[in-house]
Design a protein around this ligand. Structure first.
Ligand code: 5GP
Length: 197
């Protein structure tokens, strides 16, 4: 017998945003290992793979023509231009996963996060912030994946992304990776326990 008939059957949709270099990928690896029942949605991009990235795991790496076709066909839940490349969230994958009762986490930029919230107000927006801009710059330089102009562009973009924090539901500061992953896990657990009204 079910104790509470109003129990949720669909998965929850989480969005994780934060400036480039803040450590979203590392956090997600840590988090996903310790939080069963939630899956990361692989998004599509027109940018080239970085060394070590795998197609279908990190991104669907697609051509500009294919991206345009997917826009025309309405296959994106949202899409945005980020740091001069196009990125989009595949609508069907998100909807089907949620429908099957599995929670979804989207690692997308702030414009994308806010667009998702408009379409799906029940989405839970989480912002991952660096302890300081100096630390963000250090992390961006240490990963050695961007050229100097790209680093400058990403740091500039970081400023405008941080201004949107008040529009998010949760803020996690990524000073220590394990601590940040714990916080994310705790908020996911809390959201799962919420009673729907
Ligand atoms: P990167 O090129 O460093 O992997 O990602 C650049 C930015 O694009 C990150 O902030 C990442 O979260 C964001 N991003 C990745 N996929 C999507 C997407 O489907 N939509 C939007 N709006 N942003 C995305």
């Amino acid at each position: 017998m079910t104790i509470y008939k109003g129990r949720r059957t669909k998965g929850l949709l989480f969005v994780l945003s934060g400036p480039s270099g803040v450590g979203k990928d590392a956090l997600l690896i840590h988090f996903l290992e310790t939080c069963p029942g939630v899956t990361k949605c692989v998004t599509a991009t027109t940018r080239d793979p970085r060394p070590g990235e795998t197609a279908g795991k990190d991104y669907q790496f697609i051509s500009l023509d294919e991206f345009k076709r997917m826009i025309e066909a309405g296959e994106f839940l949202e899409y945005a231009e980020v740091h001069d490349h196009l990125y989009g969230t595949p609508r069907k994958l998100v909807e089907e996963t949620l429908e099957s009762g599995i929670d979804v986490i989207l690692k997308i930029d702030v414009q994308g996060g806010l667009a998702v919230k408009k379409l799906m107000p029940e989405a839970i927006l989480v912002f991952l912030a660096p302890p300081s801009i100096e630390e963000l710059e250090r992390r961006l330089r240490n990963r050695l994946t961007e050229s100097e102009p790209e680093i400058t562009k990403r740091l500039l973009d970081a400023g405008s992304e941080l201004e949107r924090i008040p529009e998010y539901d949760y803020l996690i500061e990524n000073g220590d990776l394990a601590d940040a992953a714990d916080r994310l896990r705790c908020l996911v657990m809390a959201e799962r326990s919420k009673i729907e009204r």
